[in-house]
Design a binder for this molecule. Structure first.
Ligand SMILES: [Zn+2]
Ligand SMILES: [Zn+2]
Length: 280
């Protein structure tokens, strides 16, 4: 099976009518970040499992747009429990400073102590930036980001296919990340700052389109998927990033990237991007 990355959402901090906040499904069972409507958004791809098919959720950082959908994913799974493997509780990885509190608050919101039907005890694994771990078929490394809360950039190696994907979550431009992501097939990063580079020394913790493209170029990645940017600047952001890194894509809601072959050229990225045919 090829490595797949499905863009469950690609938006910024609040959802739009036709997009969820940024979160991604790797190889149909690992969810990276949990957008506002992740359980619902996962139903948009009938050829992918719904949230009952998740083995792991990996949170990049505990800002609301990256974990808001956690309670509804847990609720959905309990309501679909006839289809769940009861022995396989969801594992939730996230920044060591915040993840246990956020999962506990999601359980509190579900009132698990009051409603036994929604009782859910996911396994929570706090991760310090720089730690590595293994998931089924995946080698996972992490690195610190530059953001107002503790963040984890993830680097995945699919041990079955050899494909590699880096997902930074929200981050200001950080030269060290280029080293961390060195040689990956695809970098997924953000461009919240849009067209203007944040001033030197800025602590906003977000990148511009050009900084995202510089990161991809410096890492030697083959492709760049830009997400989490101001939607009204989409065309300008794409053009600005492609000036620096031509193999830049702005995936849309529900789109799936299949890393069947190594991308050698822009045309190949376009062909392999697969869905929908008329990529805007
Ligand atoms: Zn965010
Ligand atoms: Zn954030």
């Amino acid at each position: 099976m090829p490595t797949t990355l499905t863009f469950i959402g690609t938006g910024s901090c609040t959802p739009e009518a036709d997009n969820d906040t940024a979160c991604f499904l790797l190889n149909s069972h690992v969810l990276i970040d949990c957008g506002w409507c992740a359980a619902l958004s996962m139903l948009r791809r009938p050829d992918e499992p719904d949230a009952t098919g998740l083995s792991d959720v990996l949170i990049t950082h505990c800002h609301h747009d990256h974990y808001m959908g956690l309670a509804s994913v847990l609720f959905y799974r309990r309501m679909q429990r006839a289809r769940l493997d009861e022995d396989a509780e969801l594992r939730i990885y996230g920044p060591a400073e915040d993840i246990e509190r956020v999962v506990e608050l999601a359980r509190a919101y579900l009132q698990v102590d009051r409603f036994s039907a929604v009782q859910t005890t996911p396994e929570v694994i706090p991760v310090a930036p720089g730690e590595s771990f293994r998931l089924d078929g995946l080698d996972v490394r992490t690195a610190p980001t530059q953001h107002p809360v503790q963040g984890l950039a993830y680097r995945f190696l699919d041990m079955d296919t050899g494909a590699s994907i880096g997902i930074t979550g929200d981050t200001g431009y950080l030269p060290e990340l280029a080293e961390f992501l060195s040689g990956v097939d695809t970098v997924v990063t953000e461009a919240s700052a849009g067209l203007a580079d944040p001033a030197p020394g800025s602590t906003s913790g977000h990148s511009s389109a050009r900084q995202a493209a510089r990161l991809a170029r410096a890492s030697g990645a083959t492709g760049l998927a830009l997400v989490h940017y101001p939607a009204d600047q989409r065309q300008e952001i794409k053009a600005a990033a492609r000036e620096i890194f031509p193999n830049t894509y702005l995936p849309t809601y529900g789109e799936r990237l299949t890393l069947e072959d190594r991308f050698e050229s822009y045309d190949e990225v376009e062909r392999n991007w697969g869905w929908p045919d008329d990529h805007p």
